[in-house]
Design a protein around this ligand. Structure first.
Ligand code: F6P
Length: 296
């Protein structure tokens, strides 16, 4: 029988998740403070072949050090490094340290994405037990999905944070859309869907070029974000473990839907840590319409 003073496995897992989220929130102001002076590209590429900014590497190293020190974290993996790092025993934490870092030079919004998996990497959508993103906009906020609920926090410059909105739910009436990729590379069925959405007088274009900023618009106002399959990139651009799963989990937990074009993002299975997937997230009706359009 278990000694009552010893935490159960579920309790220890819960504590580790909270410690990961707390570490991310408290690190957000340090990441933000590190951005000036690190806006330029360096002579290096990430494992997906994208040019890295000094800030990508800075945020990755900072999060690796801090999350690696959290009790109950076994593995740290990041979009910015080829292989996972063994840091202890327990959960696997996947991070996109600076999502949308090409927005650094024009000084537009970007984010940090975190996925917490109770399983070995590459994980499945079923392994996901919490996901969060920090949005570096005019203010710093953190959206957290765990235990069936989404909470938005505002993060202060000293790392303290407080609830800005409990039980975040995607609004019923959609009003915004943002679609990535070059339009000439959209496949015909997606282009037809996009034209339908554009022709709806209640819908406005909101696209800023950093997924986290664009997804946050959709969670705030209702609508749809897509980084679709492209004629020259059938798997789109975004990565399953670092972007697709956590964003799908957050939007679905907020009452929206996610898709890779045919199924929930959480049902996508890829055996490469850096594998990509098309990403469609937002209001359920629009994601259903999108899937129907792509099926034709
Ligand atoms: O790498 C991810 C990302 O920066 C996303 O945040 C964004 O949606 C996308 O790439 C934009 O990519 P591009 O400008 O190459 O279409």
């Amino acid at each position: 029988m278990r000694d009552d003073a010893t935490p159960s496995e579920a309790e220890s897992t819960g504590e580790a998740v909270e410690a990961v989220l707390d570490t991310v929130a408290r690190s957000a102001p340090d990441i933000r403070r590190g951005l000036p002076g690190r806006r330029a590209a360096i002579e290096a590429e990430n494992p997906s072949g994208e040019s890295q900014k000094a800030a990508d590497v800075y945020a990755d190293e900072l999060l690796c050090d801090r999350l690696g020190d959290v009790d109950g974290v076994g593995v740290y993996a990041s979009e910015e490094r080829p292989d996972p790092v063994e840091v202890g025993s327990g959960l696997s934490v996947c991070v996109d340290p600076l999502d949308g870092s090409s927005n650094l030079e024009p000084n537009a919004a970007m984010g940090t994405i975190v996925a917490v998996y109770d399983g070995a990497l590459p994980a499945t959508g079923d392994d996901l037990i919490a996901a969060a993103y920090v949005l570096f906009g005019a203010t710093t906020t953190m959206m957290v999905a765990r235990e069936g609920e989404v909470t938005e926090y505002v993060v202060h410059p000293d790392g303290e944070y407080e609830v800005a909105q409990a039980d975040v739910t995607i609004p019923e009436e959609p009003s915004v859309y943002g679609f990535g990729g070059r339009v000439p590379h959209w496949v015909d069925d997606f282009e037809s869907f996009a034209r339908e959405v554009e022709s709806d007088p209640s819908m406005k274009l909101r696209y800023g070029g950093a997924m986290i900023g664009d997804v946050n618009q959709v969670l705030t106002y209702g609508g749809i974000f897509a980084y679709p399959t492209l004629s020259n990139a059938p798997e789109g651009k975004l990565r399953v473990q670092f972007e697709g799963y956590p964003v799908g989990y957050i939007v679905e937990t907020a009452g929206g839907a996610s898709s890779d074009g045919a199924q929930s993002l959480l049902d996508v299975e890829k055996d490469d840590l850096h594998a990509r997937t098309p990403v469609y997230v937002g209001s359920e009706d629009l994601v259903d319409d999108l899937e129907a359009a792509l099926e034709e």
